[in-house]
Ligand binder design. Structure first.
Ligand SMILES: Cc1cc2nc3c(=O)[nH]c(=O)nc-3n(C[C@H](O)[C@H](O)[C@H](O)COP(=O)(O)OP(=O)(O)OC[C@H]3O[C@@H](n4cnc5c(N)ncnc54)[C@H](O)[C@@H]3O)c2cc1C
Length: 500
């Protein structure tokens, strides 16, 4: 049963922070959440150079005004700063800082500037999400049932008896679904399906099985199994594939790059100063313009590396051939949402006896305890039933419209449902909530069954990359692979292109 907003503590004075694509859109302070989280339109104080956190909420609206053709109508003439650099890097994420570091490695005396429109850096490596408990939630099954994934957990699921039988078979001893096909033929067949379709159409599993499994991919991939490919589900070890006789230790060429490269923690990102809250608005031969919160400032640049989101590049760099503009626009990032909830008293979570909990259909699809006192919740707004690209665009629109108040309500509601039975008081036990919304979050990646041209090509990213005068394109979108290693490799490649 849902608690009232008062019992959930919606009016309690706590620290509330709302970040949208890295830009603080509401340090909502110790007051009740007022709702409404659209980024402010007015300019706020100019950034101070070379600090890692800036302050302009204007940053988010600038790229959108550029995209919509509104920016230059009001921007006024650019004003030179008088600064000269050998290299200007646009985007201070992992790839941008990696490019700066690589340039400085080759020329330690070079003058390098990194500009970013965020007021915090997005990259937050977190390993694969391996749940040790599942909340079979009311949104999916009509009532909440918390199930630890310990002995005979299938027997405790609130699903139909036939679904329990099917799930046991999928986990235990599934048959060879395609005995007439060669190993390569089986992989080709899996590459035509999403995991949800595999469960329902190939395994003919009870619909409760698909409903139970649906969010297995959400925390890691930012979309659920209605978009996640069966070929990647097989290589990741999802249930149902053991009877096929395929060797998971040898991933298929049809697996997406992240699955093929699985394993290993990311190396630490390069530590390079970034001029934050400085959205770049124009890149010309020898000059880069950015908005400082009041006006456009320009710096001179011997070379430029664009390590921002690829889809932004056509708006910065006029004159790019049409086929490259189109290819760059096809790099669609997945929206992601993370809420960091600091608890006054973490003992309730300890009593729960689980560290990482997957939810089957509620707004937040996963939550995990980060000692000593923080719970992190993840949500994947992608409308997975539309596939990764169309689903990301639709989910991002939804994310823009969602108020902070609704997000706080869902956070409190889900924590109350999860931890209430072990003594948690959502009104009194929460000290602070910070919501990070990444409209442009996880980098795009080619995957089956959605990108029929994968793995043989030709790839949009190949057409998008390459130099344009003294400008090169880095960023994981240019790979395109949503992994830290891809961002690092793209950085080195872009520097190499300019040094040739
Ligand atoms: C929440 C989250 C968690 C992740 N977790 C993992 C993980 O656990 N393991 C893993 O391998 N990978 C993870 N990734 C993916 C990994 O972070 C990325 O592959 C990598 O960090 C991307 O680096 P990047 O530099 O290409 O892009 P970003 O880090 O997105 O950097 C691009 C930067 O460009 C800036 N920018 C955009 N437009 C402009 C403009 N006009 N002017 C100036 N700057 C601009 C943006 O503000 C942004 O900071 C995660 C990504 C996210 C969002």
């Amino acid at each position: 049963m849902s608690l009232t907003p008062r019992a959930l503590g919606m009016s309690r004075p706590i620290s509330r922070r709302d970040f949208f694509d890295g830009v603080a859109v509401g340090a909502l302070g110790s007051v009740a959440a007022a709702g409404g989280s659209e980024p402010p339109q007015d300019a706020v104080p100019a950034p101070r150079p070379f600090e890692v956190r800036g302050g302009t909420a204007q940053a988010l609206s600038v790229p959108h005004a550029l995209r919509d053709g509104r920016f230059w109508r009001h921007a006024g003439p650019p004003v030179p700063t008088g600064e000269k650099y050998d290299l200007v890097v646009v985007g201070g994420g992992r790839s941008g800082r990696g490019a700066a570091r690589e340039w400085l490695r080759r020329d330690p005396r070079a003058r390098v500037l990194v500009l970013d429109n965020h007021d915090e850096i997005a990259d937050r490596p977190r390993g694969p999400f391996r749940a040790d408990a599942v909340m079979c939630d009311a949104e999916t099954f009509g009532a909440d049932t918390f199930v630890s994934l310990t002995a005979d957990w299938i027997g405790r699921l609130p699903i139909a008896p036939d679904a329990r039988r099917d799930l046991r078979a999928l986990h235990g001893d599934p048959p060879d679904w395609f005995p007439w096909l060669s190993p390569e033929g089986k992989q080709e067949r899996l590459a035509e399906l999403t995991y949800s379709r595999f469960l329902l159409e190939v395994c003919a599993a009870h619909p409760d099985v698909e409903r139970f499994c649906r969010t297995m991919s959400s925390a890691e991939w930012a979309y659920d199994t209605r978009a996640f490919g069966a070929i990647d589900a097989w290589a990741t070890g999802y249930p149902g594939f053991d009877g096929l006789g395929l060797d998971r230790a040898k991933p298929s060429r049809l697996n997406s790059p992240t699955v093929r490269a699985a394993g290993g923690d990311p190396e630490p990102a390069a530590d390079v100063p970034v001029r934050m809250s400085s959205p770049v608005v124009s890149v010309r031969e020898g000059s880069v313009g950015y908005f400082d919160g009041h006006r456009v400032r320009t710096v001179e640049a011997g070379a430029v590396i664009l390590a921002c989101w690829s889809a932004v590049v056509p708006y910065l760099l006029p004159g790019l051939p049409e086929h490259r503009r189109r290819a760059l626009s096809r790099a669609v990032r997945m929206p992601l949402l993370q809420a960091d909830v600091r608890l006054r008293d973490p003992r309730a979570w300890r009593r729960l006896g689980a560290r990482r909990v997957r939810w089957t259909g509620a707004y937040w699809c996963a939550c995990a305890f980060d000692p000593p006192d923080t719970v992190r919740l993840l949500a994947a707004p992608c409308r997975s039933e539309l596939g990764p690209d169309a689903g990301a665009a639709a989910g991002r629109q939804e994310l823009f419209r969602t108020s902070y108040e609704r997000l706080e309500h869902t956070v409190r509601d889900q924590l109350a449902r999860l931890l209430g039975p072990v003594g948690f008081d959502p009104a009194g036990d929460i000290e602070a909530i910070a919501v990070h919304r990444w409209g442009h979050g996880r980098a795009p990646e080619y995957c089956r069954p959605w990108h029929a041209f994968y793995p043989d090509g030709p790839f949009p990213a190949d057409a998008a990359r390459g130099t344009f005068g003294r400008v090169a394109i880095a960023g994981s979108d240019a790979a395109p692979v949503g992994r830290s290693g891809a961002a690092d490799a793209a950085a080195v490649r872009a520097v190499e292109e300019l040094w040739r």
